[in-house]
Design a binder for this molecule. Sequence first.
Ligand SMILES: CC(C)(COP(=O)(O)OP(=O)(O)OC[C@H]1O[C@@H](n2cnc3c(N)ncnc32)[C@H](O)[C@@H]1OP(=O)(O)O)[C@@H](O)C(=O)NCCC(=O)NCCS
Length: 184
Amino acid sequence: MKTSSKQPELKTPRLILNQFTLDDAPEVKSICSNKAIADTTAHIPHPYTKEMASEWIQAHKDNYQAGKSAIFAIRVQSNNRLIGTISLEIDQYCDRGELGYWIREEEWGEGYCAEAGKAIIQFGFEHLNLNKIKAEHMTRNPVSGKVLEKLGLTKEGHLKQHFKKWDIYEDIAVYGLCRADYTS
Ligand SMILES: CC(C)(COP(=O)(O)OP(=O)(O)OC[C@H]1O[C@@H](n2cnc3c(N)ncnc32)[C@H](O)[C@@H]1OP(=O)(O)O)[C@@H](O)C(=O)NCCC(=O)NCCS
């Protein structure tokens, strides 16, 4: 697994995936303050503050350079609007990345997550040289499973009451795609 010192920019037909800057903190706060985003993600608190957004963004560069994660802002090419994030948390020993994502609620259902996901999976296998990409979602969030299936990941398991969110033990679905099964 390798990371170069500078995180590259990825382009898709409609999107640019690049680094967040501190100027994005107010927009990140605005998107993540929506309880519908916090509700189905593992680590977004509610309420969510601008300071949380700034702290999150500030850690990205060092974590990329250390090979721990690759976190991209998702922006619409036509107007440069920030609409979400897509990321890989990296297990360097196992050459494995874990996908994470959220999209601004007004933009759901436009195919943006799947479009960004295709690009970051290619980046994970071809640039980071990962052997496997995995993802997890709460089973009450089946849309996330649809996104993963569209990206070529297959369901590998169901973990009962595996994660606690808002004081409720949530069932988790686990998905994966190995390099050997990946076709770009
Ligand atoms: C999950 C999430 C990122 C999906 O983003 P999105 O940009 O709306 O997803 P896409 O438009 O790329 O959808 C991809 C596929 O998912 C399915 N899908 C999307 N929205 C759907 C809906 N409302 N109902 C059923 N299926 C849906 C479709 O199969 C779609 O493919 P298609 O467009 O070819 O039919 C978004 O709902 C979100 O941010 N949710 C809150 C945060 C979250 O749950 N993150 C994931 C944690 S595991």
